[in-house]
Design a binder for this molecule. Structure first.
Ligand SMILES: [Zn+2]
Length: 250
């Protein structure tokens, strides 16, 4: 028999006679609105396949006093309602009555559904390189799904489209040559120092995402993404400047 009550930002469930606190989500996974969601109901699944050895492996043999019996564990699913977007979502928790206690707040393990929101790019970028926008957002979605070993190569591909499409915009008569050129030789053709610097450094980090050996071990795809974001903003500024210069005084 399990009952739940709500105090502050956690839910209390009574499990096997113990009042256990479970963290509430701090934002809706669907609309990203920060809110206090409404609890609808919960389900508890008890399973008994964790042995003492499993526990020891998991927690560095901290629990030597446990006997070699199979110990019960629980998977708890709580269904919440978002008052902003009117959707429901589920938070999943793990609880083990030997490893956890009633004084700790059990963290959320997973939230369903995972709702991905694309990054918005302004029109000047979309106009010159729709493929950059498409590939960047696919990489972002891979990152969102925690596919950390492949999202970086996606950002590297997006980078190449952005740089080449920007060069093609500047030099449309050299389109065929630009398409066939290596990324590094394209970067050398960029006059603007800031854009060239962001492009060059992004390309270095991007190559690390594609190769067996990582040369810049102190950086990861998140730095690459930040550099690409800065690069796109600089290119956007240049494109807007071009447009501004065409405005005639009346
Ligand atoms: Zn919502």
């Amino acid at each position: 028999m399990c009952n739940y009550d709500v105090i502050k930002d956690y839910v209390i469930l009574n499990i096997d006679g113990w009042n256990i606190s479970f963290s509430e989500p701090d934002e809706c996974p669907m609309c990203k609105h920060v809110l206090k969601p409404e609890k609808l109901f919960h389900r508890i699944k008890k399973f008994e396949d964790k042995t003492k050895k499993d526990l020891e492996d998991e927690f560095n043999k901290k629990f030597d006093d446990l006997d070699n019996e199979i110990e019960p564990s629980f998977i708890i699913s709580i269904v919440f309602f978002c008052n902003k977007c009117k959707n429901i979502f589920i938070c999943k928790y793990f609880y083990n009555n030997f490893l956890n206690n009633e004084y700790e707040k059990i963290p959320i393990v997973e939230t369903y559904p995972q709702y991905f929101i694309k990054k918005h790019f302004d029109k000047p970028i979309i106009n010159i390189s729709p493929m950059f926008v498409k590939i960047y957002n696919q990489a972002l979605q891979a990152e969102y799904l925690k596919l950390n070993e492949i999202c970086g190569i996606g950002y590297r591909k997006a980078l190449e489209f952005l740089i080449k499409d920007y060069l093609i915009h500047l030099e449309p008569n050299h389109k065929t040559e630009i398409i066939k050129s290596s990324l590094s030789s394209c970067i050398k053709k960029i006059d603007d120092e800031d854009i060239r610097t962001f492009s060059e450094k992004s390309a270095w980090l991007g190559n690390d995402e594609a190769h067996y050996i990582r040369k810049h071990i102190e950086y990861d795809f998140k730095t690459l993404k930040r550099l690409i974001d800065a690069l796109s903003l600089h290119i956007q500024k240049k494109l807007l400047l071009e447009e501004a210069k065409t405005i005639k005084k009346k």
